[in-house]
Ligand binder design. Sequence first.
Ligand SMILES: C[S@@+](CC[C@H](N)C(=O)[O-])C[C@H]1O[C@@H](n2cnc3c(N)ncnc32)[C@H](O)[C@@H]1O
Length: 274
Amino acid sequence: MNRAGAPGSQAARLTDPYSKGMVSKDLPTERERLRLLERDSDPQTMEILQGLPVKASWRCLDLGAGAGSIAYWLADRCREGHVVAADIDVRFLDHARPGTLEVRQFDVGRDEFPAGSFDLIHARSLLCHVPTRDTVLAQAVEWLAPGGWLMVGEPYMFAADTSPYPPLQRFYRAVDERWIAQGSDMRWARRLPGLMAHAGLHQLGVATRPNCMGLGGVHDAFALASIRQIGDVMVKDGDITQAERDEMVALFDDPMFVDVRSVFITVWGQKPVT
Ligand SMILES: C[S@@+](CC[C@H](N)C(=O)[O-])C[C@H]1O[C@@H](n2cnc3c(N)ncnc32)[C@H](O)[C@@H]1O
């Protein structure tokens, strides 16, 4: 089913910020960047999922499945059920993976599932970039079966100007302008707990994780991969200079550099049985 304009229409373009620009899968570094995102985020996501009563028979949906790690993890646990890995661009997903996984090309801004289709719906780092995010959240609750669980995780980005590092201020001011221009909302995560409560979900849980740059490890690897990729696009598009991009990257060589750019907020809750 489809609830917006035809492909190529203004409505379709607005719901498809990933097809072009800073995080497009056309970019040669995007696959590796998504893998680093998974290595950075999966431990916390999996820990929360392990606290839910996931059954082998469950029907699960991973919205905006990206490079697939969470969908694959669910498919390994729901061997008598069905797991849909849905993404607007499915090229990084394994279409031939044996078992209960189904890869589906799906635009959350346009497409729908029948009501009551899933026992678990997961979405991570997706809705902040989808202009119709409030509607999609309400739709996801509709797609849950009674007793089903919704789990959504999004970054809350701190204002660039509050960083103590001028190169970071300059770089992320430009990034934030790009996000706003394409309809992203990098502070929407703050609203998630309240939105999910008002959507009627109960047994709500909330977890936060600081995304701290400068401490090394996999988060720095992910942050640097992102900064290099989006920095190159912004230099090409004239949003920043090459020197501004390079100064941002060079911060990671400064032993005194440490900054919390964002906090990742994950919220989960259950749809009442009746
Ligand atoms: C930042 S990645 C996150 C991937 C994965 N959820 C993770 O956390 O590892 C966002 C993903 O959402 C997908 N996406 C963006 N807009 C979408 C839309 N309107 N409908 C479905 N998927 C979308 C992108 O193609 C991309 O794979």
